[in-house]
Design a protein around this ligand. Structure first.
Ligand code: ADP
Ligand code: MG
Length: 438
């Protein structure tokens, strides 16, 4: 049986045939399947606004995709976050880790690598001080930033059910802003964010360099900050490495508390593996735990992935926990590393990330518009595709509505010949965004 997540991914790839990547990420990024059975799928969409749009514009398409996957009639039921729990499986069923209910302080394992960020998050959640404002948590991918952000939300929500808590990913903030501008609904957008009692933004690095987003964001930030509302950000880099961040934003970010998370040390990794495997209903021997802790050192998400894989092997091969040996585990982990190194961005990924950076769409970049921004973004995209993939100039031209190779070459040369400090940092930021997809 496919997991709900697999099914949802298949639905999304079918939707890709008729919708642009931007439309898909705008409307469906926050959706989560909370239940699926023979005849219906329950989809949780946190934002009321998006739920309405999906209901009126995309529900049929989702239904059709499901019918294509299962060749049967499916009902699609859209619910908000509050109603989702009625459908959701009990949290402590040993099936899955993750989901916002799981991301609590109780489920966060503390070690020297994350104790500072953990303590800061806890202090904010317990409202001990107003001094940590904004709290800026940064560190590499998979080290628990989003987990801490949800934990803060969880805690404050419990204490202040009446609070308007805004939890938004940098990417969604940006996409929503673009849509709001297109639909002339800037005021609603502002109202929504500036009325927050607690403002949590995940992966804020994405707004670096996006001027119109930064501008709007700056005003939101100031409004909240002046009203002494708590603000928490996460980012994969510290403000000092967000190269194209407006200086005034950098200064604001650095005026609060910066807390970094480092990869876990050996003891913490061991504790994480033990706890997570038990939560997943798996009892591993000490030598297996030791082996994993020695060999997977950089990322907690990866540790979880390994444990889930081990459990899947156990179930598929009908093994007992005691049959899981270091030899079996070492093979599973080797396979994971092989998969990991395989990420090479596709030209479409590159075009999409470059477009997003300039608040444009992939279609804008591929199309004929010659505004200054679009032209520059298009040239950068061509330059990046040339640099990051092995596509020929002719192939690149074909991606852009059949432009010829000499046009592509001219564009690439323009970028190379005008490589100012600013442009080079822009390209660094875009590259980091592209790699973050891998
Ligand atoms: P990030 O946002 O930093 O990329 P996440 O918060 O999404 O990382 O964490 C990735 C996964 O690892 C999540 O499932 C999270 O629960 C888990 N995780 C990370 N750090 C810890 C920790 N210290 N204790 C327990 N789980 C953790
Ligand atoms: Mg995260």
């Amino acid at each position: 049986m496919n997991s709900a997540e697999d099914i949802w991914q298949s639905v999304l790839s079918l939707l890709k045939e008729s919708l642009t990547p931007v439309a898909i990420s705008t409307w469906f990024d926050e959706c989560r399947v909370v239940d699926i059975n023979e005849s219906s799928m329950v989809l949780m969409v946190p934002s009321d606004f998006k739920r309405k749009i999906i209901e009126s514009r995309f529900k049929d398409a989702v239904q059709k995709a499901l019918n294509e996957i299962f060749s049967g009639e499916f009902d699609v039921i859209l619910v908000g976050e509050a109603d989702a729990s009625t459908y959701e499986a009990p949290v402590n069923k040993p099936s899955d880790l993750g989901g916002s209910d799981y991301y609590t302080f109780e489920n966060f394992i503390v070690g020297p690598s994350n104790s500072f960020a953990h303590a800061a998050a806890k202090a904010v959640a317990e409202e001990q001080t107003k001094a940590y404002n904004p709290l800026f948590i940064y560190g590499e991918s998979g080290l628990g930033k989003t987990h801490l952000l949800y934990a803060i939300r969880h805690e404050i929500q419990r204490k202040h059910p009446d609070y308007n808590i805004v939890f938004v990913r940098g990417n969604d903030f940006m996409n929503e802003l673009i849509t709001a501008i297109q639909m002339g609904r800037n005021i609603d957008f502002r109202e929504k964010y500036r009325s927050a009692d607690l403002f949590l933004m995940d992966d804020i690095q994405i707004i670096a360099g996006k001027n119109s987003t930064q501008e709007e964001f700056f005003h939101t930030f100031n409004t909240l900050y002046e009203a002494q509302k708590q603000i928490v950000f996460t980012s994969d880099r510290p403000p000092s490495e967000m190269y194209t961040l407006a200086d005034r934003l950098r200064t604001r970010f650095e005026s609060g508390l910066l807390a970094d998370i480092q990869p876990p040390d050996y003891e913490t990794r061991t504790a994480i593996i033990k706890t997570k495997s038990l939560q997943l209903g798996l009892i591993l021997s000490d030598s297996v735990i030791d082996y994993i802790a020695e060999n997977m050192t950089s990322n907690v998400r990866q540790l979880e992935g390994a444990i889930k894989k081990i459990r899947a092997h156990r179930d598929l091969d009908n093994m007992k926990d005691s049959d899981i040996t270091v030899t079996i585990v070492s093979k599973i982990i080797k396979d994971m590393f092989k998969e990991k190194t395989a990420y090479i961005p596709t030209p479409d990924d590159i075009i999409e990330e470059t477009a997003k950076y300039y608040s444009l769409t992939s279609a804008d970049l591929k199309g004929q518009s010659r505004t200054r921004n679009t032209t520059l973004a298009r040239q950068i995209a061509m330059y990046q595709i040339r640099r990051l993939t092995n596509l020929s100039l002719q192939d690149i031209g074909a991606m852009f509505e059949g432009r010829d190779h000499s046009t592509v070459l001219t564009s690439i040369k323009k970028i190379e010949n005008n490589m100012t400090e600013e442009l080079s940092q822009t390209i660094k930021d875009i590259t980091a965004n592209i790699n973050a997809r891998g």
